[in-house]
Write a protein that binds this ligand. Structure first.
Ligand SMILES: *[C@@H]1O[C@H](CO)[C@@H](O)[C@H](O)[C@H]1NC(C)=O
Ligand SMILES: *[C@@H]1O[C@H](CO)[C@@H](O)[C@H](O)[C@H]1NC(C)=O
Length: 225
């Protein structure tokens, strides 16, 4: 009987583990360096793969995360990505990184989601007020103030943000559980789509007057990535 319980528990754990790793599929070869053209390429899942014999160190390399991004934009933040678009050797490997720079006094990485990745963020410099919101029906806000050396996790798909609450610039390094985490910036997606979402849809959804929606939709929708 005990053995049966153990087996059932094991099967559940195995299932849980397979769901937990469901973001990017496990790699079935050592690597699959991304290439653009179909000539000599094999499609797996993501990008075409280069013939492994032709792969070089350059395919697995990126330089520049020590360089501060330019935060002179309305949000006061900028992302420097290091994902499969910059490092073709990341194709099929299920991870990537980014540097985030935040301007002093309020640089904001606005509410957004990463549809394909959990994010783990390390603060190198400055002080960030960070948070994410759990899904319906709770919509619970989970927040923390982070200082250099602090690490915070943003679960896949949840709406998250970071605000520089310090007097100096802030810098963070993010790691993602996808070669291509994707970004949905909530305000831009909802109010800055092309073509715009009908204002009566948004007026009802946000329970405000249609004129307010028209006004918001006319703003310039800046992105930091
Ligand atoms: C693929 O094409 C894009 C756009 O032309 C280019 O920026 C990128 O470097 C290319 N990637 C590879 C791996 O050749
Ligand atoms: C930063 O960006 C702003 C706005 O685009 C530009 O005017 C400025 O020259 C840039 N600064 C640097 C150091 O590149």
């Amino acid at each position: 009987m005990k053995g049966v319980h153990f087996l059932v528990a094991f099967v559940f754990l195995a299932l849980a583990a397979s769901f937990a790793f469901a973001s990017d599929p496990s790699s079935l070869q050592d690597f699959c360096v991304a290439i653009n053209d179909t000539k000599d390429g094999v499609f797996v899942n993501g990008k075409l793969c280069k013939d492994p014999k032709l792969a070089t160190a350059k395919d697995f390399f990126f330089s520049g995360l020590d360089i501060a991004g330019n935060t002179s934009n309305p949000l006061g933040s900028v992302i420097t990505p290091a994902n499969v678009a910059q490092i073709p050797g990341l194709n099929t490997l299920g991870i990537s990184m980014a540097r985030v720079d935040y301007a002093p006094y309020g640089g904001l990485n606005p509410p957004h989601t990463h549809p394909r990745a959990t994010e783990i963020l390390t603060v190198l410099e400055g002080t960030l007020y960070v948070g994410f919101v759990t899904s319906n029906p709770d919509n619970r806000l989970i927040t923390k103030v982070l200082n250099p050396g602090d690490v915070f996790v943003f679960p896949v798909g949840l709406i998250a943000f970071q605000l520089n609450v310090g007097k100096t610039k802030a810098v963070a390094i993010a790691a993602f559980s996808s070669q291509n985490p994707g970004v949905n910036t909530i305000a831009n997606a909802v109010f800055g789509s092309t073509p715009p979402i009908r204002s009566d849809v948004l007026a009802k959804a946000f329970q405000v007057d249609k004129n307010i929606v028209d006004h918001i939709q006319k703003q310039f929708w800046d992105v930091n990535n």
